[in-house]
Design a protein around this ligand. Sequence first.
Ligand code: CP
Ligand code: NVA
Length: 307
Amino acid sequence: MKPRHILSLADVSVDELKSILRIAEELKADFKKGVRPKRLDGKVLGLIFEKMSLRTRVSFEAGMTHLGGGSMLLEEQHIGLGKRESVPDVSRVLSSMVDCIVFRAKKHTTVEEFAKYSTVPVINALTDKSHPCQALADMLTIKEEFGSFDDVKIAWIGDSNNVAASLVEASAMLGVKIVISSPEGYRFSDAEIAEMTAQAQPGFELEQIADPTEAVRGCNVLYTDVWVSMGQESEEAKRKADFAAYQVNGDLMKAARPDAIFLHCLPARRGLEVTDEVMDSPQSRIVEEASNRMHAQKGLLVWLLEN
Ligand code: CP
Ligand code: NVA
């Protein structure tokens, strides 16, 4: 049987996405009671990272340990992916020894190639195109805050990047309204929007509003990310200038609904895309969101690997 790879949220149905979130909620409730069911006893997770990480690595490794399994970090310089050994050869060999592979890659196409040869599930842990595990945690955080998705309207402020893409995809699948506010030259194309919204459910609406103050009106989730993603360092000066009007600060938070929360996938560049005032405000949910990475991915791992 072909393994189930999770390279984007398009790889699960709407019902499957809801099941993953439900398992995550159950496991989080257990965890808070001090209970850590060993649902993946003896299973092994391999983690390949071609880029830096704090949250993704720690949340997968800690989560796998809670579930009774083990994990190992395989850094690029140790395995020499594509240099010492070809991507297909690494994939075939590694997948013969572990039960699941988490892969953070510079290029989305590398994860696709890797998955083609893997005999076990491969999970995208961030590429230039998407970050599905982040969106799982984001939706878990939003649901915890508001109880349901019915009255939620998200404003994405900044770059239409990998994190934004998965957030749009999750919003479409869960019927959540979202406004994207990005400067010209940093917006999703029509083709990208069509791909991200292929599984859109009733309630979903997508607007693109260039003016951030206009965009956040009526929104109760304000979300931003860095202006310069990993791998875009050479564009730093231009991006800082292009995104200058897109900072999430106290004034922008005030233009949103009074019950609005602030989210950021982290790491943040304080003083650029977001101010300290917002990061450290009572409206900020950044730590809850980061810790939900672990609960959301435990849900994903159990859904993928149990039985
Ligand atoms: N949000 C996120 O993926 O964080 P890391 O890059 O630290 O894993
Ligand atoms: N957009 C950022 C997200 C980091 C978690 C990046 O790709 O660097």
